[in-house]
Design a protein around this ligand. Structure first.
Ligand code: ADP
Ligand code: ASP
Ligand code: MG
Length: 451
């Protein structure tokens, strides 16, 4: 069997859902499990609604809910026009919106927004899209069965970015998905959402439907995980920054994981790990052009010195400097234990004899962390930084490539530079407002100029 995941734009409106149905119909022989995102833009709208409600702007929140209700009911109407199920689905959809309105009211009374409440509100996007898509499939002759993803995606209670419990997911997948597949039918689930063993709704973090697809694929030992989106595959850079970015037809798991972590939004950064564990190839396809080649992600793509570039802003650089580091074992451990205690994940690290520099996401509240770090030495913080990454499994030790990357940046300031020992990713920290320009210069050097 395979898992086929369709992102927001692939289920964004009636025409998109029609295309998705055609793609799934063409894959029935491969026994697909279908994972869908919320209708494009819905998760953003829901998070806004939750924030407005908690700020006491109840009328604004309700207006937002009613707009979403209208949009979803219009899609139901267009997709299921005249069918016996249309009324049932419309009633279910309306009931979910009534529930959501109650939730909005409760938040506005409380005037408080916990991560748990945010997850509860955000979950409606996929809880709405998945039964609509399942009903549309049924009407188009696909034997689809809607499954509440929260019964299968068992997670811990780290709301906002819940961690999946893989053993429990495997067991739930055997219980809830295998019988449907054995019957020759097609399970349809929402991505992104899950629940704790106690049944409290959680989410896997933004963009998490890709991760859901990989986790279901690993749980069922799928033959392939397909990510259907709005671009032709993984490209040599984000096409919104570099319109001429080129398709990568075959890429290695480790390269794709690095690119996803450093800004290639086409794949959620956690997607690769479950696929690697079970050696399941991941494919990225364009749902607007299903016949196009797409990208294949496996272990064995030939090594290239540069496969692609990626970048993202909103980074903070923290530098801890102390002459005590000279010959005093354990200081670095001490510094990292601070990050561990605050559950902060560090992206890039560089050290010298007397200093340790790391980068972190800027959204985090850093004051308490910095206070603790000061016990190890002088701490300086550089905000508004960005990361650009040059990724390629043949990069390590290839001095001309590294020289070319640095030369391409020209007069641009590089605040930090790191090449891991696995040496597939050269990361450069630049000014936050220079990330796109740095990506353009690197892309030009490696993909647009003759070698
Ligand atoms: P979906 O809703 O299908 O999950 P996303 O918006 O999450 O879609 O991801 C697809 C988008 O990722 C593309 O439209 C593109 O703008 C962006 N993107 C960023 N980097 C890359 C890259 N290297 N290759 C392809 N797309 C990329
Ligand atoms: N709907 C969720 C989001 O917008 C998950 C996803 O699309 O992957 O973040
Ligand atoms: Mg996505």
């Amino acid at each position: 069997m395979i898992v086929a995941k369709f992102g927001g734009t692939s289920v964004g409106d009636t025409a998109a859902i029609e295309r998705t149905a055609a793609i799934v119909r063409g894959r029935l022989a491969q026994q697909p499990v279908v994972v869908v995102s919320a209708l494009a833009g819905t998760t953003n709208a829901l998070l806004d609604i939750a924030t407005q409600a908690a700020k006491g702007q109840f009328i604004v929140a309700i207006r937002g809910i009613e707009m979403l209700r209208e949009r979803h009911l219009a899609v139901v109407d267009e997709l299921l026009d005249g069918s016996a199920e249309a009324n049932d689905v419309a009633a279910d959809v309306s009931m979910l919106f009534d529930e959501l309105a109650h939730l909005g009211e409760a938040l506005s009374v409380l005037g408080d927004l916990s991560l748990r409440s945010l997850d509860a509100v955000a979950s409606y996007g996929e809880r709405l899209s998945s039964p609509i898509v399942a009903a549309a499939f049924q009407q188009r002759g696909i034997p689809a069965v809607w499954v509440d993803a929260r019964k299968v995606m068992v997670t811990d209670g780290a709301y906002g970015k819940a961690r999946p419990q893989t053993d429990a997911i495997a067991e739930a997948a055997r219980e809830h998905l295998l019988p449907i597949l054995r019957d020759g039918r097609v399970p349809v689930l929402g991505g992104y959402i899950g629940a704790t063993p106690e049944g409290i709704t959680t989410t896997l973090g933004r963009g998490g439907s890709d991760y859901s697809a990989a986790l279901f694929g690993a749980a069922l030992d799928a033959e392939a995980i397909e990510i259907w989106t709005d671009v032709d595959g993984m490209l040599t850079a984000d096409p919104r920054v570099i319109p001429g970015a080129k398709l990568i037809e075959h890429i290695r798991f480790d390269e794709a994981a690095e690119l996803a972590s450093f800004g290639a939004k086409v794949l959620h950064p956690s997607t690769i790990a479950p696929a690697v564990q079970r050696s399941i190839p991941v494919f990225i396809y364009n749902s607007h052009r299903p016949q196009a080649a797409g990208t294949r992600i496996t272990f064995d793509a030939p090594r290239l010195s540069v496969r692609a570039v990626a970048g993202r802003g909103n980074i903070v650089l923290v530098n801890v400097k102390s002459s005590l580091m000279l010959g005093t074992p354990g200081i670095v451990r001490g510094i990292f234990s601070v990050f561990e205690r605050f559950k902060l994940s560090v992206d890039v690290i560089a050290t010298s004899e007397v200093s340790v520099s790391v980068t972190l996401d800027a959204d985090l509240h850093l004051d308490a962390v910095l206070t603790e770090l000061r016990s190890f030495g002088d701490v300086t913080v550089e905000r508004h930084r960005g990361i650009v990454a040059v990724v390629g499994s043949g990069l390590g030790g290839h001095t001309p490539t590294m020289a070319r990357a640095l030369a391409a940046l020209g007069d641009m300031r590089v605040h930090m530079c790191s090449l891991s020992a696995s040496a597939i990713n050269l990361t450069l920290i630049v000014d936050g407002d220079q990330v796109h320009e740095a990506m353009r210069r690197l892309h030009r050097a490696f993909f647009e100029e003759a070698a």
